[in-house]
Design a protein around this ligand. Structure first.
Ligand SMILES: Nc1ncnc2c1ncn2[C@@H]1O[C@H](COP(=O)(O)OP(=O)(O)OP(=O)(O)O)[C@@H](O)[C@H]1O
Ligand SMILES: [Mg+2]
Length: 825
């Protein structure tokens, strides 16, 4: 849109600028033409007229040349005239106004002719001057002769004939003088002919000496190039030439005048032409400005109408569609083809994405409604109690089953936190002993006074709140207890059967050899004694292994570096492997330290490696990898590409006495011992295997804490004494201190649980009944969870309570004395 407006404005600006440019150029041209007229034409015309005037003046001045009586003056005047002509020649304007109307004779030709005329005039004047001087001389001579003749004629001394001759001579002299003043050549000829006639007539008469001299002098002045007749004739012809030159000069001056006039005429015509051209140019400019203005106006109008119509029309469409959309009409749409690459196009696209968003919102609202309905259904109908707490731990929502499970009525007082809710019902006592703070994670179980088992699980919400899930697992617990019991009994039965079988063998061996010793008398007893010894050793090893399985081995844990341990046993292992079985050991760069009985760990790893070796039929590969898992665990991975275990074998692999290698000397105790040992050390043990795909065994061991690593040996006298009766607590504490124990006391099960969790004790001595939900046996169990082996002693007033105490826990009947205590320790 903005682009179109800019385009229209640019067009308009261009139009206006063009109009201005055209006008400016036209006016410039007119101005230039006018300047031409003034500066060139008019001045040239003026110059031409001035030069023509000079030519006319020259024509007027020229006749005066003839009057000059000196060659020098003639030359001077002639030079002046030629200078004038030269100026006319050089200054005559060259510019022609119209080349088509060139005059037939160019001014230079006329000036050439004029120059020739002036030169001729000067030459004629000069010769006239010479001739006239000679004529004057002859006239003087003739005048002297005339006087002589006149005197002789008038003299009375002579005869008539002589006087007549003198008279003829005088007449001849007169004729020659008359020729000197004759007006033209004919007159000179007349006088000459008359003179000759008289000279012929004189031939008839004899002349005297004086007359002869006179005639000779006369003849000398009359004839020849310098004679009076020839001089007068020459003077007259020079005069004619001068007149002729003057005539030509005048004629040429007139022609120059005409040329100047013609030049002025041309200038006038040129001026008229220029006026026409200028007015045509101005007209053209005017027309162009008018046309451009009209086009600009039309453009502006079109642009304005187009923009207003385009914008209004499209905005109306979009706003109408928006209104329909806002009113819930999701079908409200705009045609796809509309909307170019301008702001209106953007508006159309915005509307489309707005509509798409609205549709998406509708869809997600529908999904949300469905999900809400589902959630509501689950929340209301689930048999477990659900409580949702905010980040501060306050219960903000709960489902109907929540009250039902806690056996609270609907009119129970609203409580803030879950613990507050629990305190209202039958779990009040149980809840006291356990930590159900808001940041509780995982799950815990509460047992009510009437034996209901409540499983409580917490899940963290993204806003740091919690979802508490309360499930009544009383039945499930009963069932699982029962199953475990059955399982235990079954296993126990099997172990007992197998053990009994082995022991029966041992006993039968002993009995046979004892009998042999008895009956043989003084024979060689060593064989029987060896057999009895072997049987006893086998029995002892069986016992050890059973103890290991029962996690009751006497372990002597110490901090060891697993890399060093594994590396140390590698050679030994390789010797025991089948020839085509290769062993690959990958150890980390960093030492991984765990607190473990190194001998037992070695034998466990050996067991696992031998199992792997046994699983490989012919050629195979075993890989042992040691690495760290997370921040607090070391992992030993033993992988083999042997035959693997089918599911039924995998299920029972760690069961004591379970073996698939009966004929090959397998006892079926290997894995069960490894499992028992790892568990007793506080670690974990996982098997992954499938028939035909090899086996992976993972042993996880807790990394030694810094404290253990540095001390290497634990202080063996940290003791936790739990007793709710202050008197008994004080007396037992005294006894323990006397025995060298560092005693920590506690009077509730809950507190003791906390102490066990966060501290490491070597000895736990607890009253059986602590008056809360947590009793001495719970503490004993908790003490067994950690990696560190804790010695446990249960005290009770009732001797019958001993039955419930686990085997690895000592029992002291109250009152506790230093003797009974020492015994138990
Ligand atoms: N790496 C393994 N690959 C395949 N099967 C295995 C592997 N380790 C154990 N098993 C299976 O688990 C059974 C039980 O193993 P366990 O080590 O407990 O006993 P055993 O090896 O048979 O006898 P013993 O350990 O006394 O020699 C084995 O008989 C074998 O079938
Ligand atoms: Mg084995």
């Amino acid at each position: 849109m903005r682009g179109r407006l800019w385009a229209a404005l640019t067009l308009l600006s261009v139009a206006v600028l063009s109009a201005s440019a055209v006008t400016w150029v036209a006016l410039q041209r007119v101005d230039a033409r006018l300047q031409d007229l003034h500066q060139e034409t008019l001045s040239q015309v003026a110059q031409a007229i001035d030069l023509s005037k000079r030519s006319s003046d020259l024509a007027t001045t020229a006749p005066y040349l003839l009057n000059q009586r000196s060659n020098f003056l003639i030359e001077q005047e002639g030079a002046k005239l030629l200078t004038v002509l030269d100026r006319v020649r050089t200054d005559w304007p060259e510019t022609r106004f119209d080349s088509a109307q060139d005059p037939q004779t160019p001014v230079s030709d006329i000036l050439d002719s004029m120059t020739a005329g002036v030169s001729d005039l000067v030459a004629a004047s000069r010769s006239l001057d010479t001739l006239q001087a000679q004529l004057r001389e002859r006239t003087v001579v003739l005048g002297v002769l005339r006087n002589t003749a006149t005197t002789a004629t008038a003299s009375p001394d002579g005869d008539d004939a002589a006087r007549l001759i003198w008279w003829s001579l005088q007449s001849m002299n007169s004729d020659s003088l008359n020729a000197a003043y004759a007006g033209n050549l004919i007159g000179v000829g007349e006088e000459q002919r008359h003179y000759l006639r008289q000279r012929e007539a004189l031939n008839e008469f004899p002349l005297n000496a004086q007359q002869e001299v006179f005639l000779q002098q006369l003849e000398g002045a009359v004839w020849g190039v310098t004679g009076i007749f020839e001089l007068r004739r020459l003077e007259l012809s020079s005069n004619l030439e001068a007149q002729n030159a003057l005539f030509r000069i005048r004629h040429d001056a007139n022609r120059i005048n005409e040329l100047a006039g013609e030049y002025a005429g041309q200038a006038e015509a040129f001026l008229a032409g220029e006026r026409v051209a200028s007015s045509r140019t101005i007209w053209g400019a005017r027309m162009s400005v008018a046309a451009i203005s009209a086009v600009s106006l039309a453009l502006a109008m079109t642009a304005a109408i187009y923009v207003s119509q385009y914008v209004t029309f499209n905005i109306t469409r979009v706003s109408a569609a928006m209104v329909r959309l806002a009113n819930g009409d999701r079908a409200s749409a705009l045609p796809r083809r509309l909307g170019g690459k301008d702001e209106i196009g953007d508006l159309f696209r915005s509307f489309r994405s707005f509509r798409a968003n609205a549709l998406r919102l509708d869809r997600s609202n529908r999904q949300l409604d469905q999900r809400n309905a589902l959630f509501e259904k689950v929340f209301t109908n689930i048999s477990d109690g659900i409580a949702i707490a905010d980040a501060t731990g306050r219960v903000t929502a709960r489902n109907p089953a929540f009250l039902k499970i806690l056996k609270l009525s609907d009119d129970s007082a609203e409580a803030a936190s879950l613990v507050d809710w629990l305190h209202q019902g039958r779990f009040a006592e149980a809840a006291q002993g356990i930590d159900l703070r808001h940041d509780h994670r995982g799950h815990c179980e509460l047992v009510s006074s009437d034996g209901q088992v409540l499983d409580i699980r917490a899940s963290k919400l993204p806003d740091d709140g919690r979802v508490w899930l309360l499930a009544d697992v009383t039945e499930r617990r009963k069932m699982s207890d029962r199953l475990q019991q059955i399982d235990r009994i079954e296993t126990l039965g099997k172990v007992a059967g197998d053990t009994a079988h082995d022991f029966a063998n041992i006993l039968s061996t002993i009995r046979t050899h004892a009998h042999l010793l008895e009956t043989r008398g003084h024979g060689d007893a060593s064989e029987s004694l060896d057999a009895i010894g072997n049987a006893v050793d086998f029995g002892a090893s069986l016992t050890d292994r059973l103890l290991a399985f029962a996690r009751k081995q006497n372990l002597t844990p110490e901090v060891v570096d697993l890399s060093a341990l594994i590396e140390g046993m590698a050679d030994l292992v390789e010797i025991g492997l089948k020839p085509n079985v290769t062993l690959d050991i990958a150890l980390p760069m960093m030492p991984l330290q765990v607190r473990v009985d190194p001998g037992q760990l070695e034998s466990a790893l050996l067991n696992l490696l031998l199992n792997a070796n046994n699983a490989i039929e012919d050629v195979g590969h075993i890989k042992v990898t040691l690495d760290q898992l997370g921040t607090d665990q070391a992992r030993i991975l033993i992988e083999d590409d042997g035959h693997g275990m089918p599911l039924d074998v995998l299920d029972r692999a760690i069961e004591p006495f379970f073996t698939t290698r009966e004929g090959e000397g397998g006892t079926g105790l290997g894995l069960s011992i490894v499992y028992g040992f790892i568990r007793q050390t506080g670690g974990h043990f996982n098997i992954e295997s499938a028939a035909g795909h090899g086996t992976q065994i993972e042993v996880l061991l807790p990394l030694a804490v810094a404290d253990q690593v540095h001390k290497h040996l634990p202080s063996a006298n940290a003791c936790l004494l739990v007793e709710d009766d202050p008197k008994t607590r004080a007396s037992v504490e005294k006894l323990l201190v006397e025995l060298g124990f560092d005693v920590t006391t506690s009077d509730t099960g809950h507190e003791a649980m906390m102490l066990l969790k966060h501290n490491q004790f070597d000895l736990l001595i607890s009253d059986l009944d602590l008056g809360g939900t947590i009793d001495g046996l719970d503490l004993v169990e908790a003490a067994g969870w950690g990696p560190h082996h804790v010695k446990t002693i249960i005290m009770s007033g009732k001797s019958s309570a001993k039955k419930g105490v686990p085997e690895h826990t000592a029992f002291i009947e109250k009152p506790v004395t230093s003797n009974t205590l020492a015994q138990a320790l």
